[in-house]
Design a protein around this ligand. Structure first.
Ligand code: ATP
Length: 376
């Protein structure tokens, strides 16, 4: 079993806490994606698993074995980096065979494994070339091949596609997904790219300042972000936030703030009611401060002139229009509120136009204004 387990892992560099009491259980065969802003500790976490750094506190288990004192070469993991550093004087074949030769694997076994990996990665016709004679995508495939031939328990990948141009990235992303389906090897993958995280990950782990913020399936991270940070980090363009209060009135629980009043429904209304009840004396007036979150795709827009905003939550003025082909994003303002809204690309909108906006009650989020934690 190639389960990977981190138990209360901390890594300090002098006074910098790069990884702060991280506990994480990665199942055998799982594809876990680590995301977070620059400097949040993603690479350090990967290097701790690889054994390239020693943990300051806590324990790392690979396949049920505590590997804290096991050197990298005996951990049975293979790492793929952003700059894949192939040996320029060696052929593709030799680049892939090199690690196995160092390990004194028998020659025919090496040959079998290299040819198998080359077949998997579409490199069979390129085995005699040198890296300088390959495209960027082909080189990155060789780097993957070098990891695959070792048949490790775990792949550790640190932004392996970030040096490729946009088109190639998309192609390699699909190839990685296919490769994982085929090999089923436990993979821990660091990326800055949201689309990679959402499409490749069985689960996504979001980090900030060395701490895990949320670990969940892509769908769950998107639909139920645990806090404001996760909510604004995942999703592009990011979720909109409006500061205001939740309050009771007219027999309902609603959000009110910045000229926007919005009735809350279902589970969210229950969470808001519980939050109001938990407010103590401070909320005796029957309201409590929150941040309302709504994604650009969960705001519906129509020209305001048509119905003059009747039934809508607010009327806003278009400031910037960004047509992307399949979808269009418009940046609108209403009083002190600025929102990003996704609209049908067939809707003809221009700066200065007025739009009637309706928020999708089923897809609203509420966060405690002080702790920024989700109310749900
Ligand atoms: P990026 O996305 O920019 O690669 P990251 O999330 O991978 O960032 P890390 O490289 O893990 O972040 O760094 C986490 C923190 O630890 C940073 O503050 C970094 O400066 C610090 N750090 C990393 N390696 C060392 C080191 N060898 N010595 C001192 N500090 C380090």
């Amino acid at each position: 079993m190639a389960r990977v387990q981190l138990v209360e892992v901390t890594k300090r560099f002098g006074s910098t806490v790069a990884v702060d009491r991280v506990s994480l259980d990665i199942a055998d065969g799982e594809f876990l994606v680590l995301v977070g802003p620059s400097g949040c500790g993603k690479s350090t976490l990967l290097r701790l698993i690889a054994g390239l750094e020693d943990v300051t506190e806590g324990a790392v288990y690979i396949g049920d074995r505590n590997v804290n004192d096991v050197p990298p070469k005996d951990r049975d993991v293979a790492m793929v980096f952003q700059n894949y550093a192939l040996y320029p004087h060696m052929t593709v074949y030799d680049n892939m065979a090199f690690g196995l030769r160092m390990r004194k694997v028998p020659r025919d076994e090496i040959d079998r494994r290299v040819r198998e990996a080359a077949e998997t990665l579409g490199l069979t016709n390129l085995l005699k070339r040198r890296p300088a004679q390959l495209s960027g995508g082909q080189r990155q495939r060789v780097a993957l091949g070098r990891a695959i031939v070792r048949d490790p328990k775990v792949f550790l990948m640190d932004e392996p596609l970030s040096n490729l141009d946009a088109q190639l990235r998309v192609q390699m992303r699909t190839e990685l997904a296919r490769l994982h389906q085929r090999l089923g090897t436990t993979t821990i993958y660091v990326t800055h790219d949201q689309v990679e995280a959402m499409t490749l990950g069985d689960r996504i782990a979001v980090m900030r300042d060395g701490k895990l913020q949320q670990v969940a399936t892509p769908r769950e991270i998107y639909a139920r972000p645990a806090n404001v940070f996760v909510a604004s980090f995942i999703g592009s363009p990011p979720m909109n936030f409006v500061r205001g209060v939740v309050e009771r009135g007219d027999g309902e629980v609603r959000f009110a703030g910045a000229g926007l009043t919005c009735r809350l429904e279902g589970e969210l209304a229950e969470a808001a009611a519980a939050y109001l009840a938990g407010g103590g004396a401070g909320s005796a007036a029957g309201s409590r401060e929150v941040l309302l979150g709504v994604r650009p795709e969960h705001i519906h827009a129509r020209p305001a002139d048509a119905a003059d905003g009747a039934g809508a939550h607010m009327v806003a003025t278009v400031e910037v229009v960004e047509p992307l082909g399949a979808e269009t994003f418009v940046y609108v303002a209403a009083g002190s509120v600025a929102l990003t809204v996704r609209v049908d690309p067939r809707l003809a909108v221009r700066p200065g136009d007025r739009l009637a906006l309706t928020l999708d009650a089923e897809h609203l989020h509420l966060f405690d204004a002080a702790t920024e934690q989700s109310l749900r």
